[in-house]
Write a protein that binds this ligand. Structure first.
Ligand code: SF4
Ligand code: SF4
Length: 120
């Protein structure tokens, strides 16, 4: 893939998710903002403490992240469904249009299509 091609960046409004779930299965941090703890806890019917204790890790900086399974899959993915879809973290809602990793075009099927559509 030509990493120098940036034409697709002007067409992010045309992005269509292909439901490949790679953004939920690719290893990486899924940050949970402080203000997101209560809505997610409420949605799961848990106290904030229980949600953080059961589903989050505290990493350096310090920041909360969602736990992952050993293969890197987000703990909230059950089958093909995000268990907290209506209240999922901003990072998940923003991906990949408002936020993306440097290599997102390597795994996000929607971005791959956009790149193919606008190759230069
Ligand atoms: S919270 Fe939901 S959308 Fe975000 S990575 Fe986990 S399963 Fe995917
Ligand atoms: S990686 Fe891209 S295409 Fe696949 S589910 Fe996530 S946003 Fe949609």
């Amino acid at each position: 893939m030509n990493q120098k091609n940036t034409a697709w960046l002007s067409h992010l409004s045309e992005f269509e998710c292909q439901r490949c779930l790679k953004c939920c299965t690719n290893p990486g941090y899924i940050y949970v903002l402080e203000e997101e703890v209560q809505p997610i806890s409420n949605y799961l019917g848990l106290s904030g403490f229980k949600f953080v204790n059961q589903y989050c890790d505290l990493i350096e900086k310090p920041r909360l992240t969602l736990k992952t399974h050993p293969d890197g899959t987000c703990v909230m993915l059950k089958g093909n469904t995000c268990q907290i879809h209506p209240v999922k973290p901003k990072q998940c809602r923003d991906f990949p249009v408002r936020w993306r990793t440097k290599d997102a075009r390597e795994y996000c099927e929607g971005l791959k299509l956009l790149t193919q559509h606008y190759p230069a």
